[in-house]
Write a protein that binds this ligand. Sequence first.
Ligand code: ATP
Ligand code: MG
Length: 584
Amino acid sequence: MITRMSELFLRTLRDDPADAEVPSHKLLIRAGYVRPVGPGLYSWLPLGLRVLRKIEAIVREEMRAIGGQEILFPALLPRAPYETTNRWTEYGEGLFRLKDRRDNDYLLGPTHEELFTLTVKGEYSSYKDFPLILFQIQTKYRDEARPRAGILRGREFIMKDSYSFDTAEDGLKTAYHAHREAYQKIFSRLDIRYVIVSAVSGAMGGSASEEFLAESPVGEDTFVRCLESGYAANVEAVITRVPETLPTEGRPEAVVHDTPDAPTIATLVDWANSAGLPQFEGREVTAADTLKNVLLKVRAPGGEWELLAVGVPGDREVDEKRLGAALDPAEYALLDDADFAKNPFLVKGYVGPKALLANGVRYLVDPRIVDGTAWITGADEPNKHVVGLVAGRDFTADGTIEAADVRDGDPSPDGAGPLVSARGIEIGHIFQLGKKYTDAFTVDVLGEDGKPLRLTMGSYGVGVSRLVAVIAEQQHDELGLRWPAAVSPFDVHLVIANKDADARTGAEALAADLDRLGVEVLLDDRKASPGIKFKDAELLGVPWIVVVGRGWADGVLELRNRFTGETRELAISSAATDIAATVG
Ligand code: ATP
Ligand code: MG
């Protein structure tokens, strides 16, 4: 069927929407692909829906190719299964909770591990039923703290989520690798530039959980790579390379100094360099010689707030995402003045390990603070610092935490070379869950030997609606969108740029021929100026633009490539077959 611009439900906008920051958001709205309905909520208009459906179809095809079977769960779910796994609570404010008329609790599903697990438990009971991969392409709900960037981060969005069920570890590994390869196929069919990064710090070099990140400067995820070894990880998952411990014996005693003009790390370093400290003879004191203690309060799901101090070298900041990932599922907040007032042993700006440990505050430090390292840090009194406080001699923290920022040039955890960072958008996530959910719901099947076997699971997600924006983000130019052929709403955008009746009739005939050849045609048959039509064609981003223009009288029309800008003249007589061959 030919789609006519004169009838298409579409209004393009000349100006960027006021609240849009990232290019994909601006362009998808200007080009009439989506419209905002509320924060993080968008409606799909005809063009956007065509792209979305094509992406869905590719995802579905590749999932079927690895043996996945499609099912569909409701988005509206009862509380009980999520209560069993404690996610009703753990999900915190990210979960949309609601009540029915009988006052029963419900939620809008943010992800469906519980339902898949229960469904498999209900249907299958023997080892012979496995391996099994189930998937759905379904609407998810998350009350995101910062819905932003249009459909990149929605509060309602479409995800492909799949789950593998196996009776043994090797089966899980096989399913995981099948997904990994399926995702590689999906993203390469979509022409997305991406990297696969390790997502869980626990499994250094392992593959228990990996993320697929589309490379993009507007991405919310930061990842690092070691070009020498190929190590790649989300910064949340980077493990600090731990320095060698040093001897604690024979080191000078820690000394408390008056430091009246040193309320910040920078001023403290200046003071230390002018104080003639014997430890630093012959070398400059830097911020890396200081130990900064950041005071937080932390609350486990459903629990009470507790104090936590995080110690990092003074040349580093606490990275919110790394801290969040390290503390997950607990939430945290910085201590405010009222909290300091309630705990007078915490001298703001001068908090040192001594007061923390003496008052039972949980104290976690950066892994670089190994035994034998000496620090300049707070002395727990106003305007006083202590110099030469040695870890393992003068204080011992309760443990380490990966919360300090990761920087370009930091050593790769595998020791192969420096790390370089870049930004990305998470488009997929594969995760060897193991028995977390099958334990919670006691999902056993009968093994070959007649004994019960606990199933092991994997969970795998692709952000289907997010992909529309990711492709727009990676492929656009200053004129508008540019769709790879595989997902473009149409194969050809045929522009009538000639008022002549013959040319018009000819263009209609060409559109009909193309349609017969299986080419999806968007025909701009509007009574608008050629200038407006060309601008819209560039904005909408169909990869091939055919122009029936002045050349018509001479028997030629023009074929433009939206990506390269190259144009070619085609003879009208063979245009339909030539175009079909080019765009097919
Ligand atoms: P993020 O870190 O971006 O919040 P996530 O780790 O919470 O994502 P998963 O639970 O792993 O996401 O969900 C699987 C996939 O769903 C993600 O890889 C992402 O592509 C997509 N996704 C997650 N949240 C959103 C959202 N708010 N809007 C659109 N897509 C999303
Ligand atoms: Mg994820």
